[in-house]
Write a protein that binds this ligand. Structure first.
Ligand code: ADP
Ligand code: MG
Length: 783
């Protein structure tokens, strides 16, 4: 029996889903798979686990499992449910990639979808669980999609063994056909239950004209709502962290809450990319010719190179990462001056006198304690205003919102299907998403949604639904993980929506180049096997190329460094490029501060092989120095002073511990530990690490465009810092944030290419051309 607090019980009774408890439980009891759809805020996430608990699904030591695509949701929902049920976090717990509070006693477990996938790899039948809820299935995250496919097979198997497992797919929007009308997935369509919700009408107001500067428009709209309309919270949807912080700053300035801050000048030249011209001309450089020369050079100096250690082929358990990259959004290369002069349009002097506004930012990379603030009631007498990215669209319900201001945009990371080059692009969101956003205004009473775009744009340019993540992202990791799970013919897997063949092929090709998969035998053969190296790679919860680097490093004392480097490279945005740390930070000394950071990074890079190791070396040293500062309790300050993202640093630390444990599990003789006093690598070690980088990125080699390759009539300056990569037509450039830019080495490997005004390499390491045949043999065989 559950003993709930009176006020909690009262709040629950107001949720319409409570009236449906019997219907829902009957459907679950009678069907192996049930789809449950209902508007955000109707009580699916918080109530259904409680129904199951009270119906006995957590008795006899069995577990109720709930997956969330976002870590934030896994944590906050487990807390909320524990609170509602008056149970300890031992019993209603969460588990995400690096942390959790699950115990032996856990009865309801919230976890990220990646965590459950990892559990399937060690216990295919999920025998600990009596029921799995896949929450937020409408978000169509890669891992949730795969879980649906896998569970469609696991559920009948468990039934056959007389130990049934229930599957509940929960979704906010009503595009359910991918799950229900999909005979490959479920032979008989699962029943669909629709939860009524107490959704009040929301009046939609379209702008007559579509605002181009939507941040400015959001500002003035929010000001108007606050000064002219009755009480009720405001929720603003923008696309990314920097926009959010910027608008929060402006609103706080316009409606000061605390004692008045000193006036600040608008952020000035924060642009952190290159100011060089965009045009590119044609250059004919033959990558193959360059490789050929490298080969010749190698023949000359044969024998003198250090050979990498053999790989240990112990069988590893399979552990995928769980990052959904969907909203790692802070990657603005071209920040622009968002804070322009439109404040003039409004008479701000008069505004400061009105009701105070309690302005809070909300985005994924925000520290969790700050995220939790949005659930608290605002201070007495003030109006709540949350400025959010699309995190607030479905997974988190912000209380008491009456007004929604919708930019209609979202930021997505777009990948080139073949090359894997990525770029953050702001696009229109889907009609479904826009309607979700509007719906946020109708939870406590009739509401209003102000769309900063015209109805014509909405009708003509918005897609009905957004494309599932699995069809947008490179699937290398997915393909290898699935093959390592003996899902041989990935093309035949019952995906809710299958990734397209080009995408699968290019992932396969990259994995072959990496040595993780065998070469396919025939052209339309999809059954290529995982190599022993591939199995070793798939054991690590990081991208395959990083897995390879780890698998190769267990000799020569390199592992502590590789572990640290891989941990740092797997976390997004460790080194900040612009001094925007939070909304409190003033932007005045931005330029000066940035110059200081760059200075420090140069110092960290060092000399000789250490410098040639390049950007990964800087990360190594940044992590080491943070460790040192952390032990003196000065981590936060240290991060702020040196342009490190604090949350990234703590995450790296956790990942380092996790990877170290993983290594020890497989190679117990090593007794690897996370050394808080790790000395920087020696010159020889740094050189070996450069080779390791190449071994992990054998397909991401670039060669500098030499002077004599530039045509006579070309402007040489345009080609400064330009490189050629295999299989990419356009040149890529060394970014100003790279420590190797000054040195400008002839051959490099890069972690990724991203596109802003032009193509830039990120995470650059210098290599020697004569290493190519050994460490990137497949690249050389292309010719
Ligand atoms: P759904 O999953 O259908 O979107 P939820 O179960 O998340 O709905 O939310 C149901 C209700 O519980 C909402 O009205 C929301 O306001 C309330 N709620 C959710 N989390 C919290 C919390 N941390 N504090 C207070 N109320 C909450
Ligand atoms: Mg929910």
């Amino acid at each position: 029996p559950v003993h709930r607090q009176a006020d909690i019980q009262e709040a629950r009774l107001r949720l319409p889903i409570l009236a449906e408890e019997q219907v829902i439980m009957e459907a679950i009891n009678e069907n192996p798979v049930v789809v449950l759809a209902g508007e955000t805020g109707s009580g699916k996430t918080t109530q259904v686990p409680q129904f199951l608990y009270e119906a006995g699904y957590a008795s006899d030591g069995k577990l109720i499992g709930v997956t969330e695509p976002r870590r934030v949701a896994a944590i906050s929902m487990s807390k909320r449910v524990a609170e509602e049920m008056n149970l300890d976090s031992n019993e209603v717990s969460y588990l995400i990639r690096f942390e959790g509070n699950a115990t032996e006693k856990t009865r309801i477990k919230f976890m990220t979808d990646g965590v459950l996938l990892k559990e399937i790899q060690s216990d295919f039948l999920l025998s600990k669980y009596s029921v799995i809820i896949l929450d937020e299935a409408h978000e169509r995250s890669v891992y949730t999609d795969i879980l649906i496919g896998l569970l469609s097979r696991i559920v009948p198997l468990r039934n056959k063994r007389g130990n049934p497992l229930k599957l509940i797919i929960m979704s906010a929007t009503l595009r359910l056909e991918d799950f229900t009308d999909n005979p490959r997935l479920f032979k008989t369509s699962p029943p669909v239950l629709k939860v009524e919700s107490r959704q009040f009408p929301v009046t939609i107001h379209f702008n007559k004209r579509t605002a181009v500067d939507y941040v400015a428009e959001a500002f003035s709209k929010t000001c108007k709502i606050h000064t002219q309309l009755p009480e009720g919270g405001i929720l603003v949807f923008l696309t990314g962290q920097q926009e959010v912080n910027c608008l929060v700053r402006k609103l706080r300035r316009a409606f000061p809450f605390h004692s008045k801050k000193k006036g600040t000048k608008a952020a000035q030249t924060l642009a952190n990319g290159d100011a060089e011209s965009e045009d590119e001309g044609e250059v004919e450089l033959d990558m193959q010719k360059a490789i050929h020369n490298a080969r010749k050079a190698r023949r000359k100096r044969q024998g003198s190179e250090v050979v990498l250690p053999e790989i240990n082929l112990d069988s590893y358990s399979v552990v995928p990462g769980d990052d959904t990259e969907a909203d790692l959004l802070g990657n603005d290369d071209d920040l622009g001056d968002i804070e322009s002069d439109e404040e003039d349009q409004l008479n701000l002097r008069g505004l400061a006198a009105c009701q105070p506004m309690w302005v809070l930012p909300l985005y994924s990379l925000l520290p969790s304690d700050k995220q939790a603030q949005v659930f608290e009631p605002p201070p007495e007498g003030s109006r709540l205003c949350v400025v959010a990215t699309n995190v607030a669209e479905t997974s988190l319900t912000i209380p008491n919102v009456k007004y929604v201001v919708d930019s209609g945009r979202m930021k997505t990371r777009m990948y080139d299907k073949v090359t894997g080059v990525s770029a953050f692009t702001v696009t229109w969101c889907s009609k479904a998403a826009a309607n979700q956003r509007a719906g946020r205004a109708g939870r406590m009473g009739p509401g209003h949604c102000y769309r900063l775009y015209s109805s014509a744009v909405f009708n003509d340019q918005f897609e009905q639904f957004s494309v599932p993540e699995i069809q947008r992202k490179p699937v290398d990791d997915l393909l290898l993980q699935m093959k390592a799970m003996d899902i041989d013919k990935v093309v035949n897997f019952p995906f809710p929506s299958a990734p397209d063949l080009i995408q699968l092929r290019s992932a396969e090709r990259r994995l072959v180049l990496l040595g993780a998969l065998e070469e396919p035998k025939k052209k339309d053969d999809w059954t290529s096997k995982v190599t022993p190296l591939g199995y070793a790679i798939s054991a690590f919860p990081v991208a395959p190329r990083f897995g390879k680097m780890l698998a190769l490093s267990h000799q020569q004392g390199l592992l502590p460094y590789t572990v640290c480097m891989v941990a740092a490279l797997s976390v997004q945005e460790v080194l900040l490029e612009v001094p925007i740390h939070g909304v409190e930070e003033e932007a005045e000394n931005a330029g000066q501060k940035r110059a200081q950071w760059i200075q420090t990074r140069r110092k960290w890079a060092g000399m000789g092989n250490s410098l040639l190791l390049g950007d990964p070396m800087v990360l190594l040293r940044a992590v080491g120095a943070s460790e040192f500062a952390g032990r003196r309790g000065q981590l936060l300050q240290f991060c702020m002073d040196n342009g490190l993202r604090h949350k990234a640093i703590t995450e790296i630390r956790k990942l380092r511990v996790q990877l170290t444990n993983e290594v020890n599990l497989n190679l117990p003789d090593l007794n690897l530990c996370v050394d808080p006093n790790m000395a920087p690598p020696t010159d020889i070690q740094a050189k070996l690490l450069r080779q390791i980088m190449l071994a992990g990125m054998p397909d991401q080699v670039a060669h500098k465009v030499a002077d004599n390759e530039i045509k006579e009539d070309e402007d040489k300056a345009k080609w400064k810092h330009a490189y050629r990569c295999a299989e990419m037509e356009d040149p890529v450039f060394m970014h100003s944030a790279s420590v190797l830019r000054k040195k400008s080495p002839e051959w490099v490997v890069y972690q990724e290419v991203f596109e802003t005004s032009k193509l830039y390499m990120r995470g650059v390491t210098a290599i020697e051309p004569e290493w190519l045949p050994t460490y990137a043999p497949a690249l050389c065989n292309l010719s």
